[in-house]
Write a protein of this length. Structure first.
Length: 458
């Protein structure tokens, strides 16, 4: 039995009186022992009120399905008084005693950290069995002395198609490291800084960037994180329209094909995180915009919510080339490529002379062991097409300019946004798979923890 359990056991056997720590008087700076008093009665609110902070408690009895008698919990109260029921209690997996610099021994709880790990390298279609949700010990929430890192609480994590590529074991190094079986998945997320050793960040800051698919993450290179400058907008937007996919749409559309008013623009995967934003930016530019998507519901969304001029359900079309001819009798100037495969083949003969293709992604290929071939490449020659690969990582220096512009569009109602949010890390593996089955509608993401400062928190 460790020190804490011993103390708890003793408290339980003698437990009739109720020993508590109260504030004796208001403090001027750091608390000294003299400013607190151990007492066995309760006094008025604030001065004399029971002190509140993170403490470890043992549940004596429970009417809540998540707790049973004997559970060790961490909560926001130094006493199991009635109001504690309203505090979120986090189950403690292990407890230790820790000695503070003042020489006093304090019982400190080790938080648990739910995370999603890769179970094995993936071949073929990603399945839930390829991932596992596990609970491990959380990292210390205070950054170690001398560290320039930050510890964050993850609020939202994003599901992005490129994660599938990182689950394949590559013989030759890929553009980004493969995930490692047994280790936590990482991707873009929205986080709250809990503690920081870095001058540019402080506890409470809201940031977005690369993090773990888990509750708490230590980020050793916080220079890679972006500050959230518009917390008045839903924080989840920073996994999508105000985050990496939004910048992908913005830079991929404006920097690569350099669109002009009146041009004909086709977007595949048009209702997804990137596609919905590209389409609306193209409309703002004054282009004629058509999108393809995999269900009638998504086609309706494109036309009614995002203002596309036309859209079609590619799963219902017998002949994709003919569908594109129908939508673009005069041909396509700009193709924003999100899916690849058969769609790319159908687009090539429909391009106009001097057309531009932004090769942003090819999601139709990500779960294939053998990528599909493209038959119509010769049109690149005859139509003098330019097909250009694009990577958002090359455009992060434009981020804050983009953030201002996009936040403005959102506030003015010039741009709409649809997201598909699942609750909790337990639902994350299934959410990621939804990207590849076409079940996601709009930007797919996972709410890990809701923050009360979030205008959209529920
Ligand atoms: N280059 C970069 O820097 C960069 C950055 C971000 C994203 N990307 C790429 O951009 C593309 C769009 O990303 P996103 O985040 O917006 O994803 P997304 O469109 O939200 O992805 C999910 C959607 O993709 C569609 N899809 C899935 N499998 C498909 C298939 N076999 N054929 C056709 N469509 C399929 C499904 O919609 P339907 O119902 O319409 O089929 C699904 O709902 C992806 O290829 C991604 O890899 C590139």
């Amino acid at each position: 039995m460790d020190e804490l359990e011993e103390a708890l056991a003793m408290a339980m056997t003698t437990a009739v009186s109720n020993t508590r720590v109260i504030l004796r008087r208001y403090m001027t700076w750091f608390p000294s022992e003299d400013e607190m008093e151990v007492t066995s009665y309760i006094s008025d609110f604030v001065q004399g009120e029971v002190s509140t902070n993170n403490v470890v408690m043992k549940v004596m009895s429970s009417g809540h399905p998540d707790f049973k008698a004997g559970n060790l919990c961490l909560g926001d109260d130094w006493m199991a008084r009635s109001s504690v029921q309203t505090f979120p209690l986090t189950e403690v997996t292990r407890t230790k005693s820790r000695r503070r610099s003042g020489g006093r021994s304090m019982a400190a709880a080790t938080l648990s950290n739910k995370r999603v790990i890769l179970k094995r390298y993936v071949t073929g279609l990603l399945s839930e069995d390829d991932m596992e949700v596990v609970t491990v010990e959380a990292p210390p929430l205070d950054v170690p002395t001398g560290s320039k890192g930050v510890v964050v609480k993850n609020l939202y994590v994003s599901c992005d198609p490129y994660m599938r590529n990182r689950m394949t074991r590559h013989e030759l190094p890929s553009y980004i490291p493969d995930f490692v079986p047994g280790e936590v998945l990482e991707n873009f997320g929205v986080m709250k800084v809990i503690s920081s050793g870095h001058l540019d960040f402080k506890a409470g800051d809201l940031v977005w960037g690369m993090t773990g698919w888990e509750e708490y993450t230590v980020i050793n290179n916080p220079e890679s994180l972006f500050k959230i400058n518009h917390p008045e907008l839903p924080l989840s937007y920073y996994t999508g329209i105000l985050g990496m996919p939004g910048l992908t749409a913005y830079a991929g559309f404006f920097e690569v094909p350099k669109p002009k008013k009146g041009e004909y623009v086709f977007i595949s995967g048009a209702s997804g995180a990137v596609g919905q934003v590209v389409g609306q930016l193209a409309k703002i530019t004054g282009c004629y915009v058509v999108g393809s998507a995999g269900s009638d519901e998504k086609v309706n969304l494109l036309k009614s919510k995002f203002g596309f001029d036309d859209a079609f359900n590619y799963k219902k079309e017998q002949d994709l080339e003919a569908a594109l001819r129908r939508c673009f009798p005069e041909g396509i100037d700009i193709y924003y490529e999100n899916v690849g495969g058969k769609m790319l083949d159908a687009v090539l003969p429909n391009m106009r002379l001097g057309g531009r293709i932004v090769a942003c992604g090819m999601i139709s290929q990500y779960n294939l062991e053998q990528p599909e071939g493209v038959r119509n490449l010769y049109y690149i020659v005859t139509k003098r097409l330019r097909m250009e690969g694009f990577h958002v990582f090359d455009y992060y220096d434009r981020y804050y300019r983009f953030e201002e512009e996009m936040a403005g569009y959102l506030k003015e109602g010039k741009v709409s946004y649809v997201e598909d949010v699942v609750e909790g890390l337990d639902a994350a593996p299934a959410a990621l798979i939804r990207l590849f089955t076409g079940c996601s509608v709009g930007k797919q993401l996972v709410a890990v923890a809701r923050d009360s400062s979030d205008p959209d928190h529920t």
